[in-house]
Design a protein around this ligand. Structure first.
Ligand SMILES: NC(=O)c1ccc[n+]([C@@H]2O[C@H](COP(=O)([O-])OP(=O)(O)OC[C@H]3O[C@@H](n4cnc5c(N)ncnc54)[C@H](O)[C@@H]3O)[C@@H](O)[C@H]2O)c1
Length: 434
């Protein structure tokens, strides 16, 4: 089967390369000419472990991957085309902005010559895949294509592994032919015993939002428990550990911190609530998760300000970690960026360091200082704020850092360290919920 992937972002590029790894002839298309030019030079537009190796392998050696800017050329002989463009939140609203998805659907309609599957891999609200069908039907007849919803669950930072070894593959369609083709596509994973959930288009679309909203709920929940621990002298890590040992609960996504960020959870939670509103269905649990998470970054800033009696003018902060999570350079909706910006607005001097995300951070936050190492960012600092749990922040040399710092305060927003250990080194230590 020949595959076409429209959009070479995190999902499109990773999917395209992993399908090439399965042995499918795959064309990745993007309207961004610079992006395609860089990819042709084996330069990835973002950092994702292992991605450049796969790109080099399938572009230059196996030649299973090709790159294009023109959809009409790419679509020649295509059996399956995936829509993997962005679905951000609409400006000033909670709804998903589907402009890019519908634009691709319209462009596809003009370029489908022989039968093919049109698969929505972008995260889209229930009803969108059928809307895509309507758009395509305006230009070609129904025998020429089938539609499928096939949400993607990969995580940035471990995207290739997640794609190659997913917990499950989900797709929704209403034609036997489409189902057969989708099963053939994912056969390499089926052979690894990956569960394949074949369902209706509506269920498939809902599964993605329900899954992300549920994970977001776990995070928001443990963050509120952390606040209670802070108020009464409990330790949220002990609470979470004991909770997680109950197999009905599970230990994952029970790490208290500064709230969830990134390009998916915040927007998906909002879009899910907005879908509930559209169909007059009460999704108030998810709504409350959204609100509590939106308040959280400011609450963390307030906690930092409180230590300094609300005056951080000319105080120097070393912010360690700018990406929304480790192993990515993605700073979309990153809480670290929010904290750095808020303290900077209050007059603080910010010296930030991140192993991979500084170039992206400079685009959204040009006015702070950037350091080329942990040590450099801590020189003359009053406080360290650990915003992202990169591995290299897990064994900081506090004795050395202490010599370089002016004051010895640490805000460990990822609960990496122990209070006693840091207190023994004469640091004032703030964790989250302990
Ligand atoms: N990033 C993740 O971790 C992740 C995980 C699962 C699902 N998703 C979902 O997948 C979708 C894509 O997310 P992403 O992070 O990969 O997006 P992204 O913003 O990184 O990339 C989107 C790409 O699509 C391209 N594009 C836009 N319109 C186009 C058009 N008309 N023709 C060709 N290319 C076009 C853009 O140039 C860009 O390169 C979203 O719906 C997202 O919610 C993302």
């Amino acid at each position: 089967m020949k595959l076409v992937i429209v959009g070479t972002g995190y999902v499109g590029l990773v999917s395209g390369l992993c399908f090439a790894e399965f042995g499918f002839q795959t064309v990745c298309v993007d309207k961004d000419i610079d992006r395609i030019d860089s990819l042709k030079k084996v330069l990835c537009p973002f950092y994702e472990p292992g991605l450049e190796n796969l790109l080099s392998k399938h572009l230059n050696k196996t030649k299973f991957l090709s790159l294009a800017t023109s959809l009409s050329e790419a679509m020649l002989g295509a059996d399956i085309v995936f829509i993997t463009v962005g679905t951000p939140t609409k400006r000033l609203e909670d709804e998903a902005d589907l402009t890019a998805v519908y634009k691709v659907a319209d462009e596809l309609a003009s370029n489908i010559k022989n039968y093919c599957l049109v698969v929505t891999k972008s995260t889209v609200p229930v009803g969108t895949t059928r809307e895509i069908k309507k758009i395509i039907l305006k230009k070609i007849n129904k025998e020429k294509f089938d539609i499928v919803s096939n949400p993607e669950f990969l995580r940035e930072g471990s995207a290739i592994n997640d794609f190659m070894r997913p917990d499950r593959v989900v797709f929704g369609c209403d034609s036997t032919k489409a189902e057969k083709m989708m099963r053939k596509l994912y056969r390499p994973l089926y052979l690894l015993d990956t569960p394949i959930v074949s369902t209706t288009i509506e269920s498939s679309e809902i599964i993605k939002y329900a899954s992300n909203s549920f994970l977001a709920t776990k995070i928001a929940f443990i963050n509120q428990v952390a606040d209670l621990c802070d108020a009464v002298g409990g330790n949220v890590q002990d609470v979470a550990k004991a909770m997680g040992l109950d197999q009905r609960i599970g230990s994952k996504f029970l790490h208290a911190g500064p709230g969830f960020g990134g390009s998916c959870f915040p927007k998906d939670v909002k879009a899910f609530v907005s879908t509930g509103r559209k169909y007059n269905v009460d999704l108030s649990i998810v709504d409350s998760v959204n609100h509590s998470n939106q308040r959280r970054p400011q609450e963390i800033v307030s906690k930092i300000l409180k230590h300094f009696k609300n005056d951080v003018k000319d105080k120097v902060f070393s912010i360690l970690g700018l990406s929304f999570k480790p192993n990515t350079d993605d700073v979309r909706d990153s809480i670290s960026i929010f904290i750095a910006e808020s303290l900077h607005k209050k007059g603080a001097v910010i010296k930030a360091y991140d192993p991979k995300a500084m170039e992206n951070a400079k685009l959204v936050l040009p006015s702070i200082k950037y350091s080329d190492s942990i040590q450099h960012s801590c020189i003359d600092a009053d406080a360290i704020v650990i915003g992202t749990e990169w591995n290299e922040f897990r064994a900081l040399n506090f004795k050395l850092l202490k010599e370089q710092m002016k004051n010895h305060i640490i805000f460990d927003l990822r609960n990496i360290y122990h209070k006693d250990e840091l207190n023994n080194l004469e640091f004032v230590y703030y964790g989250v919920g302990k």
